[in-house]
Structures are given as C-alpha cells and as structure tokens.
Design a protein around this ligand. Sequence first.
Ligand code: NAD
Length: 283
Amino acid sequence: GRESCLVGLIGSGVGPSLSPALHQREADRHGLRYLYRTIDIDPLGLGPDGVGELVRAAARLGFDGLNITHPCKQTVIRHLDGLSEDAALLGAVNTVVFGEDGRAIGHNTDGSGFARSFARGLPDAPTGEIVLLGAGGAGAAVAHALLTVGAGRLTLADTDPTRAAGLAGTLATRFGATRVRTVPDDGLPAAVEVADGLVHATPTGMAAHPGLPLPAGLLRPGLWVAEVVYRPLVTPLLAAARAAGCRTLDGGGMAVFQAADAFRLFSGREPDAERMLTDLTDL
Ligand code: NAD
C-alpha cells in the first residue's frame, strides 16, 4: 500500500457527499495520510463532459485516483486510457486510478458493492425471480451483480421504456435472453406477485423525488425488498416494506461497500467494511 493518498470525487452537487468522511475515517485507522476532496462541476461551469479536463488536471497534480458520480460516469470513459472488465461491461465508471505510468484506468465498484451488501444483508434470500425497478446507472450495476451471482430471472421496469429495453438487450447478450424481460408500468403488479424479491434503483424516495415508486399494496410478507437509495437511509419504500412484513436491505451497504472497494483500489490497503458501515450510521 501507499504511504499517502490524494483523491477526489467529481460530479454535480457533490458537496454534501459522505464519501470524504467514509474514506478518511478508514484511512485514519490505517495510519494512512489521506485527503479526499469533492470537486463539483456546477460552480466550475462545467457540463458532464467537463470531467475530462478535471481528470487530466488531477493526473498532472499527482492525484492517486478519483471517484466519479452523476452525471459523469459515462462521459468520463472517453478520457481514460483503459477500463476494468466491470466498467467495460457496464459502460460506466465510478472509480479512476492513476498508475505510476501516468495511465488513467476506470473501474466500477457499484456492482461489486451491491453484491457484497446483498450477500451480507439478505443472506440466503431466494433469487429465482427478481423485479428491478429502475434501469439507469444503479439499475445496470445491480442487474449485472444479481445475474452474475446466479439470479434466475430479472424483470425490468422503468418509466422510460427505452431505458428498460436498452438494459434488457445488454443483459440478454451477456446472460441469455431467458434470464431477462421487461414489463410496462401496468405489468408491474403481476410481476411483483410472482417475485421473490424487489430491488429499487430509481431516485424515488430522495428529498427531491418524494413518494413511493410503486403502490404499497403490492408489498407482502415473503417478498424481500432491497433499496439502492441511501439518503435517507430509511426511504418511504423501506418503511412501507417493513410495515408489510418484508425482509429489507437499505442502500447504505451498497454505498459503503462501493467506497471500500474504491479505497482498496486507491490505497492498496484492505479496508474493514464493517467498521465503515458503523461510520455510516453516525455520519
Ligand atoms: P439514473 O438517472 O441513471 O436512473 C434512474 C432510472 O429510474 C431512470 O432510468 C428513470 O427513468 C427511472 N425512474 C425514475 N422514476 C421511476 C419510477 N417511479 N418508476 C420506474 N422507473 C423510474 O440514476 P442512478 O444513477 O441509477 O441513481 C438512482 C438512485 O440510486 C439515486 O438515488 C442514487 O443516489 C442511487 N445510487 C445509490 C448507490 C449506492 O451506493 N447506494 C449507487 C449509485 C446510485
């Protein structure tokens, strides 16, 4: 591992992000000098493609790596020198590592983060039939993770049917056409009725997108519900699912495990993700 680390987070509205505290607290426990700065594209007057200029600047200033978030996870790719297998498959990067040779390599730890959180928080949950609500960036990472660990079939629903169809096409090519289907909004009740579990990967439940992403009447005991939103940690959906008697998983685990995987890539040190989970609850 390194003796010190200089890293950052590029995206829109990243000021309140919990990532700096999560990384720096873990680094403190390793006795590692670690500086994690947020770099917001909005006050810089940059759009999603402005990430290229910032990545080049960070490389020249000696940064060890960067996290990348909305709306730059796709646009950053054309500015990098290479991609990990996961990042190439997802077509999205949330972590950039600058090598000693000056090369910038993109990784994606959202899928691995969800997989570890799911295995920890919903151990031996049945995965024969899963409904995935939201086919954007988080949805794609979740879908790849679930199919990779052996989920039987995913049913994708998105208010934008072209997004659901696009992700379904990519997944069918990689995992086989029988393991993925899409349903329109009015097909959701029937799909949830036969599902073992539901993963929610739309922004619904965040302060800017209040409410429930599906009718609470569809929730029943025996259906597990996994949430990707982690601010707030208990979304209206999770509260409704708990009230309905569902096993639930909040989005905090995914957030912590993706951060832990990025910490390992940046520092070369093995993070203690359980300690980082404890940090999340008091941040
Ligand atoms: P995105 O914009 O890429 O995708 C969201 C998708 O949801 C879009 O395709 C949109 O059409 C769809 N959608 C919106 N409302 C819907 C509804 N009511 N029903 C069905 N589909 C709907 O966003 P994203 O990057 O995938 O992020 C989604 C959420 O996941 C955000 O709240 C983000 O903070 C969270 N997230 C959490 C983690 C984590 O580590 N826990 C990681 C990444 C993203």
